[in-house]
Ligand binder design. Structure first.
Ligand code: LMR
Length: 329
C-alpha cells in the first residue's frame, strides 16, 4: 500500500515537473537516419543526456533515429524549415543542397586513417567549410566520424573489374557517382532507409557502406560478400537551424556548445571501436564472407580510383584539395 502511494506521489511530482518545464522549455528535435546503436545514434543520446543535465531541464532533446521522421534529403529541408532543430547528416548529403565542397570527403582514398581525417575536420578547414552552410540557414557545430566504407555484394570482389555492371547503392553525391562509373559499376542513389529492401529485392546488387551501418541496418544479412576495401570515408556534420541557434539565450547556447564538445570527444573514440566490432560481428554471423584484400589488391583499387580526384577537382574546389593535401601530408 505504502509503495503504491509513493509511486503515485512520484508519478504526480514528475508529471507536474514535466508540465512546469513544458511551458518554458526549449525543445531540440534531433532527427537521424541510422539505428540507435550506431556511433551517431549513441552520440545523439549522449548529447541529450549532457544537454538536459547541464541546462537542468531547461532544454529537452528529443532524438528520432532510423528515419522515423525524415529520410536523408527531407531531413535537411526540415531543418531549414525549422521542423527539426538538429541533425547529423553524412558530409555527402550537403552536395545536393548546393554546398559541393563537402563532396570532397567522398573522394576515394582521400584519407589513410582517422588521424588524417581529424587534421581536416577538427581544424581550420572544417571551420571554413561550416561557414559555407550559413547562407543556407544552417550552422555547423561539430564533425563526427563513422568510419571507412567497403564494398559488399553477393559476388566476391577482389579487383576493380569485379564491380563492372554491378548496381551499387550510393548516397546522392556526384563524387560517388563518378567513383562508381570509373569502376564500371551502375550507381543507384537511394536513401539509407531503403537500402535493406533494395538489396533484398535485387533493386541493387551491392553497397559501399561503413561496417556499423552495414551491421545495424542488417543489410549484411542480404549480402554474401564483404571486401574490406576501406576506399572512402564516411563522416557527419552536426548541424542546427541557424535562426533557432542564434535565438537561444546566450547562457543556454554556451552550455549546449560545451555539451557538444564533450559529446564529440566521446563520439570520435566510439566510432572506430564500433566499426571494428561490427566487422567482427558480421564475420561471426556466418552470413557474409569477410575478405581482407592484400596490399596489392588494395593498391589496384587505389590506382583505378585516382582519376576520380582529377575529374572532380573543379567541382569540389582545387584550393580545398590542396589545403587538405597540405594538412594530411
Ligand atoms: C548513408 O546514407 O549510407 C549514410 O550516410 C547513413 C548515415 O547517416 O550514416
Amino acid at each position: 500500500m505504502k509503495l503504491k502511494i509513493a509511486a503515485l506521489v512520484i508519478g504526480a511530482t514528475f508529471g507536474m515537473t514535466g508540465m512546469a518545464h513544458a511551458a518554458g522549455q526549449i525543445v531540440i528535435k534531433f532527427s537521424h537516419v541510422v539505428a540507435p546503436d550506431t556511433p551517431k545514434g549513441k552520440a545523439a543520446e549522449y548529447f541529450k543526456k549532457l544537454a538536459e543535465e547541464r541546462t537542468k531541464g531547461k532544454v529537452s532533446v528529443q532524438v528520432y533515429p532510423n528515419s522515423q521522421l525524415y529520410k536523408d534529403k527531407e531531413e535537411l529541408e526540415a531543418l531549414q524549415l525549422g521542423a527539426v532543430q538538429m541533425l547529423a547528416p553524412s558530409l555527402a548529403k550537403f552536395g545536393p543542397m548546393g554546398v559541393k565542397e563537402f563532396e570532397a570527403f567522398d573522394l576515394p582514398y582521400l584519407f589513410d586513417n582517422y588521424d588524417e581525417v581529424h587534421k581536416v575536420t577538427q581544424g581550420a578547414i572544417g571551420q571554413q567549410l561550416f561557414s559555407k552552410l550559413e547562407s543556407k540557414g544552417i550552422k555547423g557545430l561539430a564533425y563526427w566520424d563513422n568510419g571507412f566504407k567497403n564494398f559488399s555484394s553477393n559476388k566476391p570482389i577482389r579487383t576493380p573489374a569485379d564491380l563492372k555492371g554491378t548496381k551499387i547503392r550510393i548516397q546522392g553525391s556526384k563524387v560517388l557517382e563518378e567513383e562508381m562509373r570509373t569502376l564500371g559499376a551502375l550507381p543507384q542513389v537511394m536513401a539509407f532507409s531503403e537500402v535493406y529492401q533494395a538489396l533484398q529485392t535485387g533493386v541493387v546488387d551491392g553497397t559501399e557502406l561503413e561496417p556499423s551501418n552495414l551491421y545495424t541496418s542488417k543489410a549484411y544479412e542480404v549480402q554474401k560478400q564483404l571486401t574490406l576495401t576501406g576506399h572512402g570515408y564516411l563522416g557527419y556534420a552536426v548541424v542546427v537551424n541557424k535562426k533557432f541557434w542564434d535565438g537561444l539565450p546566450a547562457d543556454v547556447r554556451t552550455t549546449l556548445e560545451g555539451a557538444m564538445k564533450d559529446t564529440t570527444k566521446y563520439e570520435l573514440q566510439l566510432a572506430k571501436q564500433d566499426s571494428d566490432k561490427a566487422i567482427a560481428a558480421i564475420k561471426a554471423s556466418g552470413k557474409t564472407q569477410v575478405y581482407t584484400p592484400t596490399p596489392a589488391e588494395k593498391a589496384a583499387f587505389k590506382k583505378t580510383l585516382q582519376v576520380v580526384h582529377e575529374k572532380m577537382a573543379d567541382r569540389v574546389g582545387k584550393d580545398l584539395l590542396k589545403s587538405v593535401e597540405k594538412e594530411t601530408g
